[in-house]
Design a protein around this ligand. Sequence first.
Ligand code: GLN
Length: 545
Amino acid sequence: MTNTKYIFVVGGVMSSVGKGVTASSIGAILQGRGYKVTNIKCDMYVNIDAGTIRPTEHGEVFIGEDGIEADQDLGNYERFTGNPMSSLNYITTGQVYQEVIRRERNLEYGGEDVEVVPDVPNEIIRRIKMAAKKNEAEIAVVEFGGTVGEYQVLLFLEAARIMKVKHQRDVAFVLVSYLPLPKHVGEMKTKPTQYAVRTLNAAGIMADFIVARGERALDNRRRDILANVCNLLDGTVIAAPDVDSIYDVPLQFHAQNFDGRLLRTLHLRARKNDLQAWKTFSKKIRGLKKSMKIAIVGKYFGTGDFTLADSYISVIEAIKHGAWDRGVKPELTWIDSETYEQTPNRLQELSTFDAIIVPGGFGTRGIEGIISAIRFVREHNIPYLGLCYGMQLASIEFARTVLHLAGANTVECDPQSPYPIIHVNPQQAKNIRENRYGATMRLGAYRCVLKKGSQTQKLYKADEISERHRHRYEFNNEYRERMEQAGFEIVGVNPETNLAEIIELKNHPYFIGTQFHPEFKSRPLRPHPLFVGLVAAALEQQKKR
Ligand code: GLN
């Protein structure tokens, strides 16, 4: 058995160039060569986890199996490699300092003075190694957030440098850089990348590979310049031009033998060469002609640095996976529910869509607009999938319209509601009173038993499933019987707590709401049944029109 190998993926020039997709694709191609891989993300935030960062600020909060509230990159790792993520795979500056200080308080440093160097890098190394070991990985792909040259990355780079010194043959560095193509020049410029490499050198690290992101593919001339100036071997500057689908990146890398070169750098031998599943998949989606219109109705705050697409990346990817599986390309439209509050006539536009999704969310703004939209799709037989808040609001709409419970609501929006269809358990109420918001929601994977013969059970082809959650409020079982008598069925229940996890309407072509987030477990090569089901139902409806 060889030592565990580590590939550090760091960014140069600017952020948002696709480091996450690069790290994920590296994972995928090395799995294709027969190695057990794990992906780890190191985030520079002092936040302990991403749960306390606004999604419009930082992108989606991805939930791992054990309930870790992590950076959205973990979603890509999982989608590309199929390996379920947990808290081991997510390291933040906050976690590292918290542990160092905890140990200091417990006298675990035995009276030594505790210093930023080496104690902080040592803790980073300990966490990286532990993540690799507990995931039983032969190769760990470790991505650092941010870009080289930022002050906050330094201690992480120092940790990586120490690992390279101690394990010369087991560590490789990949710099993901950006090559701008200024319009007035008309060619890709390598200089910013050269500076990024120098900055990395100043931290004592030599890049083994450069992944050259850019609008176009890097030509040989510039490949040679970069290799020369940056001390790189032949074949280690990898062109990574923009692609239509991120799922083509593993094939793009493989075509340049990035996998082979990585193995050689790490002194490993290829065990197989199998990317067939990706090839078949890529070919299939390339050939798709027919499209389908899907609207996502939600409440949106002013967006900061991140776009909506980042805030809901797992939902978007899950829709694509489901649509591709059924042979169609999804055309997504974002609808701000507040427009329906201001101009109710606009609800009619919902008839022009093949399917509607209401994703997760928090707080009061825009929810009356969402509830009107849900009423419209329920009454007009438009296929509907409600994710978390989308399930809760569907329950409220049904209670208000069908059971005539005026003022029915979630206590999140109306604590005095006469009919609290969505309520809060005593522990959660205590958390809210005491301002305990970090990692206190109902988080991570829970079991769910499905009702025999339900549409949901048929789609899952299983009697019991496990899905990931992130919510504080839940369906109030006091209303269960009345709702069910009126055709609103609870078809998925957590066996330990009896909490309602899935609702389904009788007499509707497709109306399903989940208290969990199915989108976190959808993968391109294994689409999620509820998204596949939504698209299939929408295709049926199309035929009828
Ligand atoms: N705001 C709701 C809750 O906390 C739903 C959360 C969500 O959609 N993720 O229960």
